[in-house]
Design a protein around this ligand. Structure first.
Ligand SMILES: *[C@@H]1O[C@H](CO)[C@@H](O)[C@H](O)[C@H]1NC(C)=O
Ligand SMILES: *[C@@H]1O[C@H](CO)[C@@H](O)[C@H](O)[C@H]1NC(C)=O
Ligand SMILES: *[C@@H]1O[C@H](CO)[C@@H](O)[C@H](O)[C@H]1NC(C)=O
Ligand SMILES: *[C@@H]1O[C@H](CO)[C@@H](O)[C@H](O)[C@H]1NC(C)=O
Ligand SMILES: *[C@@H]1O[C@H](CO)[C@@H](O)[C@H](O)[C@H]1NC(C)=O
Ligand SMILES: *[C@@H]1O[C@H](CO)[C@@H](O)[C@H](O)[C@H]1NC(C)=O
Ligand SMILES: *[C@@H]1O[C@H](CO)[C@@H](O)[C@H](O)[C@H]1NC(C)=O
Ligand SMILES: *[C@@H]1O[C@H](CO)[C@@H](O)[C@H](O)[C@H]1NC(C)=O
Ligand SMILES: *[C@@H]1O[C@H](CO)[C@@H](O)[C@H](O)[C@H]1NC(C)=O
Ligand SMILES: *[C@@H]1O[C@H](CO)[C@@H](O)[C@H](O)[C@H]1NC(C)=O
Ligand SMILES: *[C@@H]1O[C@H](CO)[C@@H](O)[C@H](O)[C@H]1NC(C)=O
Ligand SMILES: *[C@@H]1O[C@H](CO)[C@@H](O)[C@H](O)[C@H]1NC(C)=O
Length: 575
């Protein structure tokens, strides 16, 4: 950067004034760093062998005030370095120098994701001597061996993240975590993706840290959570994530069920079985409850009416049976209903959807797909005015699609395929301005394909009893990427305006009663990878120009029509 002489003079003056204040020791100014700590940081830099982003570029002897260096925060009264933040995508590699021990006042150390390590590729024991540390993040780092028991000396630690520590692509294995009990102020502990399989009494250890608010042991190869604890200490716990372990015991024997302070609880992918305990009904702080993918051996008859703060309930792929009518009746019924996400897919649930589900007024996402639910879609569904995704596919639903769905102006995705729905598509659906996805395939729907579906991205109407001509998307179909109208009784010609739907990648019109020529405008669909027109009464000549223009075509089905002339040999991706 070139500076004019005048600017230089100004800079010099500024520097002079600055040093005057420093010499004068003006108390209001931020103190520059302490020499011994600066030397320690420079020694630390010596150990860094790779700094691809030049993150430590500002760490230089001649830039005296180390408090201004990247990643450093000093106490603004004493001038001691209190924070060292080298994590988050800086990709530093090398050795963690013991010179850090000179930073006696260090409270915050973040090395997340860096390639730094200790002697012999191990977690350096000396980190356990940084006795003022409150925050230590070593997540995603590469160490071999154990976490040294010296970490139990970090008695001021409030936040400890050891998650995803690995070596040579294998998880770190810990056989002793008893040192954790010497961290009486610990609030957040994450050891996810560390192998703790040999530590059978892990709940007894964590139960000795009453300050814990967050405990995350995701994918730790833990084999059980049914240890009996005489007294539950963890009354401050807000967040407990034990997902992806191997708990093969009854759900109700989990040690944590009486912890009514928990807001976020995840037991997903754990193969727990049997009934959920009634204690769940008392966990009124719950906001996020993730019980999905347990292997379809659980049952849930607990009354959840008082869980007024519950926002998300994930229970897909976990129940062996259930009655959707009774289940929905037991969901929270509070003056202000907060439930937004409800996932119940693949649970072998039977029963019917009752109009009483109208109390779920705040629902964004409702997924009961892949169950054995019968009966009609209740009219009350039209009251769920926040609904963005309605997923009822793969059930035994009958009757018509309620008109009220056309009033749900937030709807983005409607999945009703693989049911026995009858009647016509309610006209309102075409006017839903946010709708992107409409899956109605494999039902018994009749009537015409409505206008104005062209603003969607994915439209699947195959294998129904739709009749009449293709009249969808008259004006606007530029967002349409996949359109499947196959296996219906659609008549008339392929409309030339389909050529205006230039984002189309999949177009299937096969097994219908279409007649006439394939319009030349179809050549405008340069993104098409799949074109299926088989089993219609189309005629005319398919020319090479037709197909050469479809340069991305991978699948083409023109079979069982009345085309004349020679079949072009070269087209699309087969050139
Ligand atoms: C020191 O910094 C903290 C946090 O930025 C601030 O709240 C405090 O007022 C500062 N103290 C002084 C003496 O400048
Ligand atoms: C720290 O912990 C280790 C092992 O747990 C112990 O031997 C040592 O005395 C403790 N104290 C200090 C100051 O390192
Ligand atoms: C890393 O793992 C690979 C394959 O598991 C092994 O061949 C290699 O020796 C290991 N390297 C080290 C340094 O342990
Ligand atoms: C509860 O925590 C305290 C303090 O850490 C501990 O002394 C006590 O043994 C714990 N109780 C149980 C049952 O673990
Ligand atoms: C949970 O509370 C119930 C009733 O309050 C009690 O019977 C049970 O022993 C408690 N379980 C644990 C693990 O504290
Ligand atoms: C729920 O809480 C109430 C009141 O605290 C208690 O009497 C009851 O035993 C608890 N129920 C269960 C199943 O823990
Ligand atoms: C659900 O329906 C499937 C397919 O008809 C059937 O095999 C299964 O036994 C049913 N399950 C229940 C719980 O009714
Ligand atoms: C589901 O529960 C309702 C209400 O208790 C009951 O009337 C219905 O028969 C049940 N359905 C099935 C399939 O069990
Ligand atoms: C479809 O998109 C066009 C252009 O973006 C817009 O004018 C029209 O209102 C949309 N139709 C619906 C039903 O949202
Ligand atoms: C299509 O129409 C024919 C006669 O026009 C009728 O026999 C056939 O059942 C219809 N197919 C469907 C799927 O509606
Ligand atoms: C299709 O696009 C052309 C311009 O490429 C436009 O003139 C014509 O009106 C469009 N047709 C329809 C039905 O939107
Ligand atoms: C194909 O898709 C791209 C974006 O995915 C879009 O920009 C382009 O206009 C589309 N149409 C054609 C004919 O390539």
């Amino acid at each position: 950067m070139a500076r004019s002489p005048a600017e230089f003079v100004l800079l010099l003056m500024a520097a002079a004034i600055w040093s005057f204040f420093l010499v004068a020791g003006a108390g209001q100014l931020q103190p520059s760093c302490i020499g011994r700590e600066r030397d320690a940081l420079l020694a630390f830099k010596q150990g860094v062998s790779d700094d691809p982003k030049d993150y430590l570029g500002s760490w230089r002897q001649e830039r005296q005030d180390c408090c201004q260096w990247a990643g450093i925060t000093c106490d603004n009264v004493t001038g001691h370095v209190v924070e060292l933040d080298l994590g988050q995508g800086n990709y530093l590699a090398g050795q963690i120098s013991p010179s850090l021990l000179s930073l006696e006042h260090l409270e915050y150390l973040n090395l997340w994701g860096t390639g730094l390590c200790g002697p012999g590729g191990r977690v350096p024991e000396f980190l356990g001597s940084l006795k003022n540390l409150k925050y230590l993040d070593l997540s995603g780092m590469s160490f071999s061996g154990m976490v040294p028991p010296q970490f139990g000396n970090l008695s001021k630690l409030e936040y400890l993240d050891l998650s995803r520590i690995h070596f040579n692509n294998t998880q770190m294995v810990l056989t002793d975590i008893s040192w954790l009990t010497r961290l009486p102020l610990l609030v957040q502990l994450d050891m996810s993706l560390i192998n703790l399989s040999s530590i059978a009494d892990w709940p007894l250890v964590v139960n000795k840290i009453p300050s814990l608010k967050l405990l995350r042991l995701v994918e730790c190869s833990l084999s059980s959570a049914n240890q009996s604890l005489t007294h539950l200490n963890l009354t401050n716990l807000h967040n407990l994530d034990l997902s992806f372990n191997h708990f093969g015991h009854p759900i109700a024997s989990g040690w944590f069920w009486n912890l009514t302070s928990i807001k976020d609880l995840s037991l997903a992918s754990n193969y727990l079985y049997g009934p959920f305990p009634d204690a769940l009904a008392n966990m009124t702080s719950l906001q996020w409850l993730d019980l999905q993918d347990m292997g379809n051996k659980a049952t849930m008859t607990v009354d959840l009416k008082n869980l007024c703060d519950l926002e998300e309930l994930w229970l897909d792929g976990s129940l062996s049976s259930g009655n959707i009518t009774e289940f929905l009746d037991k969901l929270p019924q509070c003056p202000s209903n907060k439930l937004q996400y409800l996932y119940l897919s693949s649970n072998n649930m039977a029963g019917i959807l009752s109009n009483r589900m109208g109390h779920l007024t705040n629902l964004f996402w409702f997924d009961i797909s892949y169950n054995n639910i019968t009966g009609a879609i209740p009219l009350g569904i039209g009251n769920l005015s926040c609904l963005q995704s309605l997923v009822l596919s793969n059930n035994f639903l009958t009757g018509a699609i309620p008109l009220g769905i056309g009033n749900l102006s937030s709807l983005e995705a409607v999945y009703l395929s693989n049911n026995f729905l009858t009647g016509a598509i309610p006209l309102g659906i075409g006017n839903l301005s946010s709708l992107e996805v409409l899956y109605l395939s494999n039902n018994l729907l009749t009537g015409a394909i409505p206008l104005e579906l062209g603003n969607c991205t994915y439209v699947y109407l195959s294998n129904n009893k739709f009749s009449g001509p293709i009249q969808l998307g008259i004006e606007h179909c530029t967002t349409l990427e996949e359109l499947d109208l196959s296996d219906n009784n659609i008549t008339g010609v392929i409309p030339p305006w389909l050529g205006n739907c230039t984002s189309l990648r999949h177009l299937s019109l096969s097994n219908n009663l279409l007649v006439g020529h394939v319009p030349s405008k179809i050549t405008l669909l340069g993104n098409l990878t799949e074109l299926a027109l088989g089993n219609n009464n189309l005629d005319g000549v398919i020319t090479e120009e037709h197909l050469v223009a479809l340069k991305n075509l991978e699948h083409l089905d023109l079979s069982h029509n009345s085309f004349s002339g020679p079949m072009p040999l070269e087209f699309g991706a087969y050139k």
